[in-house]
Design a protein around this ligand. Structure first.
Ligand SMILES: [Zn+2]
Ligand SMILES: [Zn+2]
Length: 317
């Protein structure tokens, strides 16, 4: 089906060009300064003060990052962006809360960017087009306005299902106060009041956790679009990258994911293969909170491997 423009006519540009078409993309200095400062402060704090953090602060920060991470992987990504399973109201609320712990942009904007990425992968209309290099796809794309093609083709991405979900509407409406409370304030307060961490170290740990977690998620768009095997479609840039799968809770099996984006496992083998998010969704299904978990048939996956794959077996990545 050809993309449609807003007035329903076929777009003049049926497919966005693969090669980069130079366009004016003004820099967003606010983002550049925030991202640069976040990294400089995080590295400085880690190098100079890491010995002062209490034991429980070292345990708490990574757990907070992983728990919040499920809000992105199982929530914004596999549930809302791809509809790879269905979730009852309590789970949707939980996932939206976890998502806010990570300090991303609001849910609807994240999902719009991701659906655009899948529809126009590695073209001008892909917000983090990996053909523009590692830095651009990792974080550079957040430092400038989108390429005009992203806006032009992004109109073809349907978001009507999100507007119909009251959980998305609520969390979008009150996003900033909820996100600031859950991503920054709460994890700063807990170490101070529960195990007597100093305010300085507690806030420093929050800043450091935020910087590390952002890079773990960014790595899906950069590392997993550049390095790895392509057993399901050798013509796609997204690749099977076990390192990214490990740090991004199972989101690194990216060649498979771009071929079967509606599979709740986002990989062929699921939980057994560096995929905590698949285990999380299966646990929620066991509790009765998730249902209609979608997977392709074994035959279809084998057919893709045989006809389009690069020939790698890839059971270990
Ligand atoms: Zn991708
Ligand atoms: Zn996806």
């Amino acid at each position: 089906m050809q993309p449609k423009t807003e007035n329903g006519k076929d777009s003049i540009l049926n497919q966005p060009p693969k090669e980069n078409i130079p366009a004016v993309q003004p820099l967003i200095w606010r983002n550049i300064i925030i991202i640069a400062a976040l990294h400089v402060v995080s590295i400085y704090l880690f190098i100079t003060r890491y010995t002062e953090a209490k034991f429980w602060t070292w345990i708490f920060a990574p757990i907070y990052a992983v728990v919040g991470g499920f809000g992105i992987t199982a929530g914004a990504h596999r549930l809302w962006a791809h509809r790879s399973y269905k979730a009852k109201l309590p789970l949707r609320i939980l996932l939206a809360i976890l998502y806010c712990m990570t300090g991303m942009t609001c849910l609807t904007r994240w999902i719009r960017v991701h659906r655009t990425h899948h529809r126009y992968t590695d073209t001008c209309a892909d917000p983090h087009n990996s053909n523009r290099g590692f830095f651009f796809s990792h974080v550079g794309w957040l430092m400038m306005k989108h390429h005009p093609a992203v806006k032009e083709y992004g109109k073809n991405v349907d978001l009507s299902d999100l507007a119909a979900d009251p959980v998305i509407r609520f969390f979008d409406k009150y996003y900033i106060p909820i996100m600031v409370s859950l991503c920054f304030v709460l994890p700063s307060v807990i170490p101070v009041y529960v195990w007597n961490e100093t305010w300085f170290i507690s806030i420093g740990a929050v800043i450091f956790r935020y910087a590390v977690a952002l890079n773990m998620i960014f790595s899906v768009n950069s590392f997993a679009h550049i390095w790895g095997s392509r057993p399901y479609n050798r013509t796609l840039k997204p690749a099977e990258n076990p390192t990214v799968a490990f740090i991004a809770l199972g989101e690194g099996w990216h060649n498979y994911h771009h071929v079967f984006p509606w599979d709740y496992k986002a990989s062929e083998l699921g939980f057994a293969r560096l995929n905590l998010t698949a285990g999380f969704i299966e646990f929620m299904a066991w509790l009765g909170l998730a249902y209609d978990l979608k997977i392709p048939s074994v035959e279809i996956v084998a057919k893709y491997r045989a006809n389009k794959g690069d020939g790698t077996i890839d059971l270990s990545g």
